[in-house]
Design a protein around this ligand. Structure first.
Ligand code: UDX
Length: 446
């Protein structure tokens, strides 16, 4: 099938490359000519494992093309996906649909024959109706219809998520749109991936509800972690103990410095805006947002505690800056408020991230970047783990300790074993784990 993908950001590029890999003929369109030039040269604008190989292989076979010309990209397309950005609007948190509507207006003029227009961007409930109205108003060919097909891709695992989805959600109001989407996803359908056909508004809301629920799970376990610290329980074991219950499930129960990234912070706020406009209070999601904001801001105090109350004049070594591992994405990363607070309070911060240093350089002022994890430890008073990159898990703790001037680790992702860290001479502070030397805690329990 001939598919056009408008927007070659994270979602558009991954989806376009995967559709081409299914054997469809995909044209990716973006206004940013430097991005399109780079893609035509085989260079990726984002860091995502496996993406470069997938793009190159499909481009070589002629199934995946890149253009800045929307009219050329959509020529002959039976399906046109909209995957442009929907950033949170400054001030009110509402999803900013400027790019979506601009693309739709241009599309209406460019289409020569009817197509199914599908939103992949995360858009508030009712956006599909507005797109249908604009298409009609701007003279799109009769028979053009609008569907919603939200993405559920995790950065760092996006290709696997696309090819082995837990489910595919399609919101459509007519049989033609359902038929086209069934055909597009046929390879996954044959693989027994569940496809859920719903109304358009239901599909739009499903995306927000999914992300708000996952954000709720994270804030929940973060609060339980605080309680564990206060009462001498271990949150890892509590998470396992509840996660083995099928009704709860083990995923998204890892405590951390608060959720970040391009989706959860933005989508929870947008859901609250939709709810406010509909006059329906969403107290749970509102609280989740508050809990998460407070958590991110509260992390600096943990570092200060480990240093006896103040970070002033101290050297702090930071391991990981990206909002999660396997990405270079810094959007809404918990490292931002944490590192900025440490600098404001007079600390000297040295950091290493395996992928996000270029992005981070544009975010932070006044931090030192080093080229490997061990160099972060040089003369540091404390090490702070912010992102759980696998390469940090295997670091030699004795080697780290030998390069430091202090002996503290604040492990905001619980990547280290406390007894091991203590054997290397560290004062170890994880999240939601009993505080104080392991032996003392054991003695108290006996
Ligand atoms: C998320 C959704 O998972 C995906 O389905 C959606 O389409 C886009 O948003 P992503 O933002 O890439 O994906 O990352 P995800 O792995 O979900 O993590 C989001 C944030 O939550 C990260 O900051 C991560 O560190 C944090 N997190 C996640 C936790 O703190 N604890 C957990 O147990 C899981």
């Amino acid at each position: 099938m001939r598919i056009a993908m408008i927007g070659t950001g994270y979602v558009g590029l991954v989806s376009g490359a995967c559709f081409a890999d299914f054997g469809h003929d995909v044209a990716c369109v973006d206004k940013d000519s430097s991005k399109i030039d780079a893609l035509n040269d085989g260079r990726m604008p984002i860091w995502e494992p496996g993406l470069e190989g997938l793009v190159k292989a499909n481009a070589e076979r002629g199934r995946l093309t890149f253009t800045t010309d929307l009219a050329e990209g959509v020529r002959g397309a039976e399906a046109v996906f909209i995957a442009v950005g929907t950033p949170a609007r400054r001030g009110d948190g509402h999803a900013d649909l400027t790019f979506v509507f601009a693309a739709v207006r241009e599309l209406a003029k460019a289409l020569e024959s009817p197509a199914v227009v599908i939103t992949k961007s995360t858009v508030p409930v009712g956006t599909g109706d507005e797109i249908a109205r604009i298409l009609k108003q701007e003279g799109a060919p009769a028979g053009t219809s609008v569907a919603s097909n939200p993405e559920f891709l995790r950065e760092g695992a996006a290709i696997a998520d696309f090819k082995h989805p837990d489910r595919i959600v399609v919101g459509a109001e007519d049989e033609q749109a359902r038929e086209v989407l069934r055909e597009i996803y046929r390879p996954l359908f044959l693989n027994k991936a569940p496809i859920l056909f719903t109304g358009r508004r239901t599909a739009e809301l499903t995306k927000y509800a999914a992300n708000a629920f996952l954000a709720t799970k994270i804030s929940f376990i973060n609060e339980i972690a605080d309680l564990c610290e206060a009462v001498g329980a271990d949150v890892q074991e509590v998470a396992r103990g509840i996660g083995l219950d099928n009704r709860i499930g083990p995923k998204f129960l890892h405590p951390g410095p608060g959720y970040g990234g391009s989706c959860f912070p933005k989508d929870t706020l947008a859901l609250l805006q939709t709810a406010e406009q509909a006059g329906v209070d969403q107290r749970i999601v509102r609280t989740v947002v508050e809990v998460n904001d407070a958590r991110k801001l509260g992390m600096a105090a943990r570092v200060a505690d480990a240093l006896g109350g103040s970070v002033k004049g101290k050297r702090i070594g930071v391991l990981g800056l990206a909002f999660k591992p396997n990405t270079d994405d810094m959007r809404d990363a918990p490292s931002i408020p944490l590192v900025n607070a440490l600098i404001e309070q007079g600390a000297e911060v040295t950091a290493f991230d395996p992928a996000a240093m270029d992005q981070a350089a544009g975010v932070f002022e006044g931090i030192n970047f080093v080229r490997d994890a061990y160099s972060v430890a040089d003369d540091a008073d404390v090490l702070v783990v912010i992102t759980e990159w696998d390469e940090f898990r295997g670091l030699d703790l004795d080697k780290l300790a030998a390069r430091m001037r202090g002996r503290s680790i604040v492990d905001l992702r619980n990547v280290y074993d406390r007894e091991e860290a203590e054997r290397a001479g560290f004062d170890y502070r994880g999240l939601g784990r009993p505080v104080g030397p392991a032996t003392a805690v054991r003695a108290a329990a006996e």
